[in-house]
Design a protein around this ligand. Structure first.
Ligand SMILES: [Cu+2]
Length: 143
C-alpha cells in the first residue's frame, strides 16, 4: 500500500493516535482469605497492550485503611515499593511469592465469596476500579 509506505517514511506531521501511550487492562484479581483479622494480600495482573510503559503508583480499597505495594526479594523478604512498573507490551504480575498488594487496617475480615474493591492509580493512565473475589486461602490461579 503506497499510503502506508508514505507515512512510514515520516512525511506526515500527524502523530499516530493512541499508539504511543499505555493501554491497560486488569485481570485475575483476587484476595486470599487471610489467616489474620488485621492484614490481607491482594493479587492481580495488569496487562499493557500499548506502546508506552506505565507505573502503578497507588492502590486504595474499600476494606482497608492502607494498601501498600510490596516486592519480594530473592531471599523471600518483603520490600515496600512506591511504584511498580507496567512495561509497554508487557504485564505487571502480582502473585503469591512475588510482587503483591498488602492490605492493612482491615475494616472487616474478608471471607470467601466476599468481594473486595480496589482502585488502582497509575502515572499515565486513568484509574482502574477492580472487584476482586475473596478466595479460600488454598486457592492458586491456573496460569
Ligand atoms: Cu507484603
Amino acid at each position: 500500500m503506497t499510503v502506508a509506505a508514505c507515512s512510514a517514511h515520516g512525511t506526515s506531521s500527524t502523530p499516530d493516535k493512541g499508539t504511543d501511550r499505555p493501554d491497560l487492562a486488569v485481570t485475575g484479581a483476587y484476595v486470599p482469605e487471610p489467616p489474620m483479622a488485621d492484614m490481607a494480600a491482594g493479587y492481580l495482573t495488569v496487562a499493557n497492550t500499548g506502546r508506552a510503559a506505565d507505573r502503578l503508583t497507588s492502590v486504595t480499597s474499600d476494606i482497608a485503611t492502607d494498601v501498600t505495594m510490596h516486592s519480594t526479594t530473592s531471599a523471600g523478604a518483603m520490600k515496600k515499593e512506591t511504584a511498580l512498573p507496567v512495561p509497554a507490551g508487557g504485564r505487571l504480575v502480582l502473585s503469591t511469592g512475588g510482587d503483591h498488594l498488602m492490605l492493612m487496617g482491615l475494616k472487616r475480615k474478608p471471607k470467601a465469596s466476599d468481594t473486595v474493591t480496589f482502585v488502582l492509580r497509575f502515572a499515565a493512565s486513568p484509574p482502574i476500579t477492580v472487584k476482586a473475589p475473596v478466595k479460600p486461602a488454598t486457592y492458586r490461579p491456573d496460569q
